[in-house]
Design a protein around this ligand. Structure first.
Ligand SMILES: [Zn+2]
Length: 148
């Protein structure tokens, strides 16, 4: 692995640690040339299978982009969205499978979004779950009330 500071092609691993959740390995490395240290994180690839059958790498930014529209005009900032993307990735990784269907990604968004903002949640759920009429909204609102 190249040193990110001086591009020296040879770096040395000085420490290896498994993350608390067991889903990643963190390596501390040192460059023998410039002496600087940096960390790398190794995780299993997480793939998303789209309805079309295409498989692509899971991308937090896509999660955020998908949710952003539902959050318009709500008191939600970029950090909130970033955290939401992280929570979605963590919950998918916690399932311990390498390839998840895209519907599963949508599902994983609902819970943290609900905790973040109920209006944004309703907007997102209405699109994602194909709400057809007011009754669908009413049911979702009843669920939210019950959870309070
Ligand atoms: Zn270096």
């Amino acid at each position: 692995m190249y040193c990110p500071f001086c591009q020296n092609p040879d770096t040395k691993v000085i420490d290896t640690r498994i993350s608390d959740d067991g889903h990643s390995i963190r390596r501390r490395r040192e460059c023998p040339k410039c002496g600087r240290r940096f960390s790398t994180v190794e995780t299993a690839t997480l793939l998303v299978r789209k309805r079309s059958g295409n498989v692509e790498q899971f991308d937090r930014n896509k999660v955020v982009a998908g949710v952003r529209k539902a959050c318009q005009g709500r008191p939600i900032n970029e950090d909130d969205l970033k955290q939401l993307g992280q929570k979605v990735e963590e919950s998918l990784r916690a399932q311990g499978i390498a390839e998840v269907p895209s519907e599963q990604v949508g599902k994983a968004i609902l819970k943290p979004l609900r905790e973040l903002d109920e209006v944004a949640y309703l907007r997102f759920a209405s699109v994602y779950q194909n709400f057809e009429d007011l009754n669908d909204f009413q049911r979702a609102i009843d669920d939210l009330r019950e959870a309070e």
